[in-house]
Write a protein that binds this ligand. Structure first.
Ligand code: CMC
Length: 429
């Protein structure tokens, strides 16, 4: 077996090299501190990883696969429900499994009626991500199946269905709450995405007309967001879950991590950025100059990625779908024109070329959501809806690992040395 050697204070230490299925290499430093007394510093975890069998990304070649299947193929041929099964259980379902899974999702789509009181008490302008986080947190109160045994397959299956199905219901309810309309309950006769669109857009005075193109698009978008290996929210789910807290609470932590504008919140920030360009005198050059300036905190939202250094395969698919959808609806969006111009200019700009910054999944997704009639503050909720299967799959992988290890980094202390307490009257003003 290949080994890495470390020379420290005249001594040589060997560390095993781990090689992944796709020939990725890692040095296993799990014995580093025990053997040498040293730890590693790795701000932002640029060089820190774990073993996982869920998702593969090759950032140089722009490859993304779930359980070995290319995401482009899944986006074209699969449904979100089937992809969710694949991620969580590691294989594509058979006809019977697919049916049983759909039934379980359907049976778990309704929220406990008492949860609706939570909604009633919320201020009308609460951000839907805050609502989602609050509601998922309350799953541990309303659906405490984990007290039984989350290693029991049946219990786990129910928790999976509760999360996948009810997150969708909460998402739609949070929208209805924000516009002051009554909730539209989930229906057993509708499929996953159609059911969501119905809960969002039906009202007591106007039924929602089924729209197969919108449904297909939503399926595709959810598939493209379903997992992305060890990103910020997934690592959060794993870290929180490593304390052996229940699945709901772990996923809830992931939702909160996702909300940030450098992560899933970027889809909202992209549209706000495009809107502010549209409403102002700013030129594309002004925007790029601002994004490049070190004295300005502004970044070009929807651009750049920790892993992709060539292109983000999800962004390529989404851009194509976005153009096709607007064309099929014979509609235009001035924000799309700005986005296309921004992309073209950035890709020619030395700053972006040098740093390998390309459009990511969030750059064009918001324009599709807008075309579907989904308001901007709901975009990150849709990202979360899509990411639930990935969080569950990664949580389960971590949860099933033996031996059980709590995530607990070390530190190098850089603060004050030992000091002695001074009574307040002796302290200088
Ligand atoms: N606009 C301007 N400069 C950028 C951008 C950007 N969008 N992204 C990276 N850079 C610069 C950054 O300033 C740094 O420059 P320098 O080397 O001169 O200091 C260099 O590129 C490397 O950036 P980094 O911040 O070290 O890269 P990272 O891997 O830590 O961050 C990122 C990745 C996605 C947080 C970052 O590219 C970013 O902030 N992008 C905008 C927000 C965004 O679109 N986020 C969604 C990410 S994809 C979906 C998801 O994860 O949820």
């Amino acid at each position: 077996m290949e080994k890495a050697q470390l020379k420290l204070n005249g001594k040589t230490y060997d560390f095993p090299v781990v090689v992944g299925t796709e020939n990725e290499h890692a040095i296993d430093i799990s014995r580093l501190r025990r053997d040498t007394g040293y730890i590693t510093l790795d701000e932002g975890f640029h060089n820190t990883g774990c073993e996982s069998s869920v998702t593969f990304i090759d950032g140089e070649k722009g490859i993304l696969r779930y359980r070995g299947y290319d995401v482009a193929e899944l986006a074209e041929k699969s449904s979100f429900v089937e992809t969710a099964f694949l991620l969580v259980y590691g294989r594509l379902p058979t006809v019977t499994e697919r049916k049983q899974f759909s039934v379980l999702l359907t049976e778990n789509s309704l929220l406990h009626e008492d949860m609706n009181h939570y909604f009633t008490g919320l201020p009308p302008h609460a951000h839907p991500m805050a609502i989602l986080s609050t509601m998922v947190s309350s799953f541990a109160i309303f659906y405490p199946t984990y007290f039984v045994d989350d290693k029991d397959p049946k219990t786990f299956d129910t928790m999976v269905a509760i999360l996948l199905s009810k997150v969708r219901t909460i998402a739609a309810f949070s929208y209805k709450k924000s516009i002051g309309e009554p909730f539209v309950y989930p229906r057993h006769d509708l499929r996953f995405c159609g059911n969501f669109l119905n809960m969002m857009f039906a009202s007591p005075v106007k039924p929602y007309e089924a729209d197969s193109e919108a449904e297909a698009l939503l399926n595709m978008l959810l598939i493209l967001h379903a997992d992305h290996e060890q990103n910020c929210s997934t690592s959060t789910v794993r870290l929180v879950g490593s304390s052996r807290v229940n699945l709901y609470s772990s996923v809830c932590a992931g939702i909160n991590a996702l909300w940030g504008p450098l992560h899933g919140g970027a889809n909202q920030s992209v549209i706000e950025m495009l809107e502010s360009i549209h409403a102002s005198e700013l030129t594309i050059k002004d925007v790029l100059d601002r994004a490049k300036s070190k004295s300005h905190p502004f970044r070009l939202f929807g651009f750049g990625h920790r892993v992709y250094k060539n292109f983000d395969p999800r962004a390529v698919i989404i851009k194509k779908a976005c153009l096709k959808f607007l064309e099929s609806r014979k509609t235009s969006d001035p924000l799309l024109d700005i986005a296309l111009e921004l992309e073209e200019a950035a890709l020619k700009d030395e700053y972006f070329i040098e740093r390998k910054l390309y459009p990511n999944v969030d750059f064009y997704s918001g324009i599709i959501y807008r075309a579907l009639g989904i308001p901007t503050n709901m975009f990150t909720v849709l990202f979360a809806m899509g990411r639930v299967p990935g969080w569950i799959a990664q949580w389960k992988e971590m949860h099933d690992a033996v031996p059980i290890k709590i995530g607990r980094p070390r530190q190098v202390y850089m603060g004050a040395p030992l000091r002695f307490y001074k009574p307040i009257e002796e302290r200088e003003e």
